[in-house]
Design a protein around this ligand. Sequence first.
Ligand code: ADP
Ligand code: MG
Length: 250
Amino acid sequence: MLELQNIGKQFDQKVVLENIDLTINNGEIVSLLGPSGSGKTTLLNIILGLTKMDQGKVIFNNNDLSNVAMKNRGFNIVFQDYALFPHLNAYDNIVYGLRNKKDIATDAEVKEYIDFLELTPHLKKKIGELSGGQKQRVALARTLVTKPDVLLLDEPLSALDGVIKESIKERIKSIAKEFNLTTIIVTHDPEEALTISDKILIINQGNISQFGTPFEIMNQPKNDFVKNFILRQLHIKRQNIYNLFGEKYA
Ligand code: ADP
Ligand code: MG
């Protein structure tokens, strides 16, 4: 279980996050959903240990990680721009995090992730030779081989479109379920959040607007922000919503 307790953060005396309390069960997919500038990436980086919080606690399976360095937390992230190494081929990117730590994923496990993400035909390619969806899969593989306890994804779908976006979305879902991997996904897109998550945390200007299942958010929006941001501004593919919630919302 991942618990965030009363997390607060300011940048240059501006409050960016306030009183963030959140509990995520192991194996759950949770989206952090909110408009640009609402504090989503900052919260993700605080969980990772990359950004220092001003107050609050990050607790994982009853261990207080608040003062534990990023490399010792056991979490890993796929950054929004993937941050792949352009001078290395796909395979060398994937195993980069294992170079000094042979005990993380075995060769067989690395192969399993590569197969799972259908990257075998692309392993020798340089990053510049890969499509957007292939780059995203390489970035995912590179993070997964470090066998994180919590997988953090910053806007993993926003650079992709159409069919590729759907296919990466389905893969992220099946990875989380197959490996029972707690997964936290930052997105500004209500449709993505509603269709990928077990639960959604809606953030507005650094504050929690609502936390609940997609069904709860659709059926019991807690306030006007949720109603406007989620329900009215939703640029939804009608079929996706129909599949999830029935024709009332389609
Ligand atoms: P989101 O990911 O929801 O778009 P961010 O967490 O990136 O939002 O940013 C939240 C707010 O914090 C924004 O106003 C942003 O300008 C500010 N911010 C983020 N990182 C820094 C930083 N390193 N220094 C100063 N301000 C920052
Ligand atoms: Mg962001």
